[in-house]
Design a protein around this ligand. Structure first.
Ligand code: UT7
Length: 324
């Protein structure tokens, strides 16, 4: 079995509240709270990039695991906000933490990036390729937000979370994973320019095409469907029922999506970890930040079952069941 032996997270100090946003765009604390559940989010300063927070989260996870960076054999980073197109953010993190032996890879699976990373790392450890893999979800989404677009700028925030996976004992660790996607709906949540389709130009900048574009309502409906299905499917794969789940750690995009996911598997909200009121939607970082907080707050005990469920750009979705 493959166990999680350490977690860590990191977020910028600067807090941007809904009341701050009221002064920037035509919105209100009331609208944001009732439609999303978000009260405030963290915002990286101009000198902080994704790899900086990712490396900080990684160092904390290593400390938690009682390991040195040289023990890492692979680093996987889920992000849609890499420091640059290349080298990958995983390469930058490897250098920052001094993990000289580690292979390095970024995953572009939107908000599901951390779950995709966990599933991939588990597979690589299972086949005996590696015994210790660092998986990170890290984002500086506030740098790709259109601060004049109230449909998106109130939703997202910055942060990073990390987990170290290691060959473990029989009977505990990752029990099952499930991944899915639907590329036909990709345009509903995208950053249109800056790639090979629409390289950066004066025109793409003028047309504000380097910012997140989202058809919120359609994304919302797909998220509810896919997260519900992911939760049910992975529990089936693990041979478990909803009664076995001690804590659901869902992607933190919208409280109403989280409530619908819990309802789909008939789980009371007391068993659901929610921190989007403090961070907003941090995309690939949301689940590992929540996981780290839940562990450090003593909400996960030995023998507990945790269910992680994600949905994001692509569309992508996925879920993981862990026995601690
Ligand atoms: O992380 C990956 C995936 N992302 C998500 O899962 C996000 C999914 N989507 C959502 O969370 C929700 O769709 C939103 C929170 C983005 C929007 O909530 P909604 O209930 O779907 O609202 P809506 O898009 O249908 O918009 C309702 C109204 C519109 O006004 P009209 O056209 O009805 O007059 C918007 O213009 O709310 C308006 N609106 C706002 N009003 C005040 C949109 N944004 C704001 C705002 N403040 N910030």
């Amino acid at each position: 079995m493959v166990e999680i032996v350490g977690t860590g997270s990191s977020a910028p100090e600067k807090v941007l509240t809904n009341f701050d946003l009221e002064k920037m765009v035509d919105t209100s604390d009331e609208w944001i709270r009732t439609r999303t559940g978000i009260r405030e989010r963290r915002v990286a300063d101009k000198d902080t990039a994704t790899s900086d927070m990712a490396a900080q989260a990684a160092r904390r996870a290593l400390e938690d695991a009682g390991m040195g960076a040289e023990e890492l054999e692979m680093i996987i980073v889920g992000t849609v906000t890499p420091d640059m197109n290349f080298p990958s953010t995983a390469c930058l993190v490897q250098d920052k933490i001094g993990a000289k032996r580690a292979a390095v890879l970024d995953i572009g699976a939107g908000c599901s990036g951390f779950i995709y990373g966990l599933s991939l790392a588990r597979g690589l450890i299972d086949i005996g390729e590696y015994s210790t893999v660092l998986v990170i979800g890290a984002e500086t989404l506030t740098k790709i937000l259109d601060w004049e677009d109230r449909n998106t700028c109130v939703l997202f925030g910055d942060g990073a979370g990390a987990a170290i996976l290691h060959t473990g004992d029989k009977g505990r660790g990752i029990l099952a994973t499930y991944l899915g996607g639907d590329g036909s709906l990709g345009a509903l949540l995208a950053l249109p320019a800056g790639g090979s389709r629409l390289p950066a130009s004066h025109q793409t900048v003028e047309e504000r095409l380097h910012y997140i574009k989202m058809a919120g309502n359609e994304v919302f409906k797909s998220a509810v469907r896919a997260m519900g299905k992911s939760a049910v499917t992975v529990l089936e794969k693990a041979g478990l029922s909803n009664q076995d789940v001690d804590l659901l750690i869902p992607h933190q995009a919208n409280l109403r999506i989280i409530q619908a996911t819990a309802k789909r598997i008939d789980l009371p909200m007391e068993k659901v970890y929610v921190n989007l009121d403090r961070y907003g939607n941090t995309s690939a970082a949301s689940i590992p930040i929540a996981l780290d907080e839940a562990r450090r707050n003593g909400l996960i005990k030995k023998g507990d079952i945790s269910l992680l469920v994600a949905f994001g750009a692509g569309f992508t979705w996925g879920s993981v069941v862990i026995k601690w």
